[in-house]
Design a protein around this ligand. Structure first.
Ligand code: ATP
Ligand code: MG
Length: 259
């Protein structure tokens, strides 16, 4: 499914010069105030190198989605700093943050979120169109071919399988050459074969395009595709594993107790 032959013809995404795709310092997120306040993140520090593939795991309510949303600029932390590709985004006003996100951040959600009236190639190009940026035909061709959808490029999402739709969403997430692609349970709605293709594709983009990817998952088999697995518990880091197998991840989770 993954074609490598054309990679040399298209420039790799530009990388942040600082050597850090994402940096979180002391990120705290509280929801609500007073006695009913929930502290969802309790001072999280995190640095991701360009081209790294990281999975985040943790029990329900441990703060995974909150962390992803704060890191991606979908929400601002109560305190602490978030730097994406060298830009401090936690201090940006909402409109600036939205623009930064559209131009420099990629998202893949469990529920593909494609626009049903647009073709595959129009969906992939959409973030560039919204940002009034030029669509380089060679880059668009490269992405569509990388996700294995050349024959489907003029079809509507309704004519695609779930796995194909998620691959469109991945091409769309990559089209702006973002600092980081954030994926929240990207294989949650797919059967294991389609899920495997999506994971191979995400791992491929980190290796071949030097794309930084962060993925939240509950599944040790899914997390084992990442270079590093970070464990969250009660809004704080509870450890990490590098290059771990699904069995090692499961064993680690068991050791952490009530997951
Ligand atoms: N908008 C909100 N308002 C109030 N509390 C919230 C809000 N969003 C999340 N929380 C709380 O913050 C904590 C962390 O939630 P979060 O959604 O980040 O967990 P999660 O690890 O993603 O869980 P899951 O695996 O179920 O998706 C939880 O206690 C949750 O109830
Ligand atoms: Mg969540």
């Amino acid at each position: 499914m993954i074609r490598r032959t054309r990679a040399a013809q298209v420039a790799a995404p530009s990388l942040p010069s600082a050597g850090e795709a994402l940096r979180l310092d002391g990120v705290v997120k509280k929801y609500g105030t007073g006695a009913s306040a929930t502290v969802a993140l309790r001072g999280v520090d995190l640095v991701l190198a360009p081209g790294s593939f990281t999975a985040i795991m943790g029990p329900s309510g441990s703060g995974k989605s909150t962390l992803l949303h704060a890191a991606a600029g979908l929400d601002s932390p109560t305190s602490g700093s978030v730097r994406l590709g060298g830009t401090e985004i936690s201090g940006l006003r909402a409109a600036q943050r939205t623009r930064f996100r559209r131009d420099h951040v990629g998202f893949v959600f469990q529920a593909y979120n494609l626009l049903p009236a647009l073709t595959v190639e129009q969906n992939v190009a959409l973030p560039l169109m919204l940002g009034e940026r030029a669509v380089e035909p060679a880059w668009l061709d490269f992405l569509i071919s990388s996700v294995g959808l050349v024959e489907q490029r003029r079809r509507l999402p309704s004519a695609l399988s779930g796995g194909q739709q998620q691959r469109v969403a991945i091409a769309r997430a990559l089209v702006t050459r973002p600092h980081v692609v954030f994926a929240d349970e990207p294989t949650g709605a797919l059967d294991s074969r389609a899920g495997q293709q999506v994971l191979d594709l995400l791992a491929h983009t980190t290796r071949e395009l030097d794309q930084t990817v962060v993925m939240v998952t509950h599944d040790p088999v899914v997390a084992a595709h990442a270079d590093r697995v970070i464990f969250l518990a009660d809004g704080a880091f509870a450890g990490h594993l590098d290059g771990a197998s699904a069995a090692q991840i499961t064993q680690y989770l068991t050791g952490l107790g009530d997951w």
